[in-house]
Design a protein around this ligand. Structure first.
Ligand code: TMP
Length: 211
């Protein structure tokens, strides 16, 4: 992303990979070090994001192409409404999912080049991290959340889909050097420490650039 006041960081991974836990832990750790953080997510909390959330657990869901359009529309709205203003104000914006989620999830059912075209106008983040872990571990975490009633059953929860999604994430990471892979199977504190180690040099660069 060309805006140079703050930073935009996206955390990615299959369901149960820990993106939500880690965006929160990272924001807390950075805030404790005096950084100004803005925690956000996709689907966003805006009008299109709310519509998507409804659809993800709907019994009669919309088709895959319509959903891909909604994710791309939500992203542009999210950038305009929330991400760009926060970055311009100097914050470190940490998003629980971003473009890579669409390239991976929506390409299960839609032509990947079409999904990429839909997302062309969404600027690249300063850092995109893939939390990688064995699919069985992620599936077990999602199952535990469902059993505890902490989350509704969603469109992509099936283990065979998660396996395909994990493979797709790894393929993207293998051919795109801008994606940083972090081992998400370790205890959460170790994952957060690893994330902090990757992000601190970027924050130091900003301090040099803007004083
Ligand atoms: P969450 O579980 O991280 O809150 O995300 C909701 C679901 O939406 C999750 O299964 C991933 C999926 N998703 C997409 O399919 N495409 C996207 O672009 C995004 C942001 C999420």
């Amino acid at each position: 992303m060309k805006r140079r006041r703050g930073l935009f960081i996206a955390l990615e991974g299959i369901d149960g990979s820990g993106t939500t836990t880690q965006t929160r832990a990272l924001a807390a750790a950075l805030a404790a070090r005096g950084a100004r953080c803005h925690l956000t997510c996709e689907p966003s909390r805006g009008p299109i994001g709310r519509m998507i959330r409804e659809q993800l657990s709907a019994s009669d869901p919309i088709d895959a192409a319509t959903l891909a359009l909604l994710f791309a529309a939500d992203r542009l709205d999210h950038l305009r409404r929330e991400v760009h203003p926060a970055v311009d104000a100097g914050a470190i914006v940490i998003s629980d999912r971003y473009v890579l989620s669409s390239l991976v999830y929506q390409s299960l059912d839609c032509e990947p080049s079409w999904v990429a075209t839909l997302n062309q106008r969404a600027a690249a983040p300063d850092l995109c991290v893939l939390l990688d872990l064995p699919v069985e571990l992620a599936v077990a975490r999602v199952r535990a959340r469902l059993t505890a009633g902490d989350a509704p059953e969603e469109r992509y929860d099936a283990p065979d889909l998660q396996r395909r999604l994990a493979a797709a994430y790894r393929e993207h990471a293998a051919r795109d050097p801008r994606i940083t892979i972090i081992d998400g199977a370790r205890p959460p504190e170790s994952v957060t420490a690893d994330l902090l180690a990757r992000i601190t040099p970027l924050i130091d660069e900003l301090a040099v650039a803007f004083g």
